[in-house]
Design a protein around this ligand. Sequence first.
Ligand code: SIN
Length: 301
Amino acid sequence: MRVGSVELSCAVMTASGTSGHGTELGAYFDLSSIGAVVVKSMKVDPWAGNPAPRVHPVTGGMINSVGLQGEGIAHWRRSELPALESAGATVVASIWGRNVAEYAAAARALGDLGADVVAVEVNLSCPNLDGGAHLFAHDPVAAAEVIAATESCGRPRWAKLSANTDRVVEVAAAVAEAGAEAVTLVNTLMGMVIDVENSTPVLGSGAAGGGLSGAAIHPVAVRTVFDVHAALPGLPIVGVGGIGDTRGAVEMMMAGADAVQIGTASFAEPRSVHMVRVGLEHWCGHRGIAAVRDLKGRAHG
Ligand code: SIN
């Protein structure tokens, strides 16, 4: 199974931000058995994130306004990465910044990592900074500038994009041109929940709202993958958004994804990534499909 030049043992990974920075899911399955552990997005320095409450359940998923809390890249390398390496996990690091210089600094801080970190996902699409007002993923020029500035990470970059914009195909083309080897589609959708007894937004971010994830956004993610694959058939795609079972993963791959990530489903069932990995193999086996990768793009006829 390949995403661009990156060889993965299987097509199913964790989604960034849903399994911590390290081996949190290792209690539920062998981390070396999945395609990759994609860790929560990090910047160079520690970042406190947004005020609580930061997560809230909704019909068909959840909404979060975590705000990219983390201890920074040096801490991750010292305190979390060694355990992932010991577990035999294939690792995808994820980086973010408030501006191009911070993305570049994060990329540089990863430049000398070992071979088990196979790719860097560049998160251009978190809706939880400034309420999503300055999302790089909404602007092809800004997104391309970030990708061009992160080459020093020294490994394939996957640009994580947003379906909050109708320019996603344009943005995908721009980041590919700037050096991204793949795109990860999609991040959470901008949303809000209101506490009707108190007449206030539920999340601590207040008027800035949060990012909706889970089954509720799955058709949006599938459509986005479908559109980007139709327009840019040579661009590798990692599909993410509301996959909770084998059928959802098959759908995403038929839309055009080379591989998939599972996020919100892991909160309800921590073995989801493992279960979908096994399920995909069975699904293909029962239908005489020789390899999971053969599912890619089937819905395009
Ligand atoms: C967050 O930490 O706010 C979520 C990260 C993301 O949506 O990219």
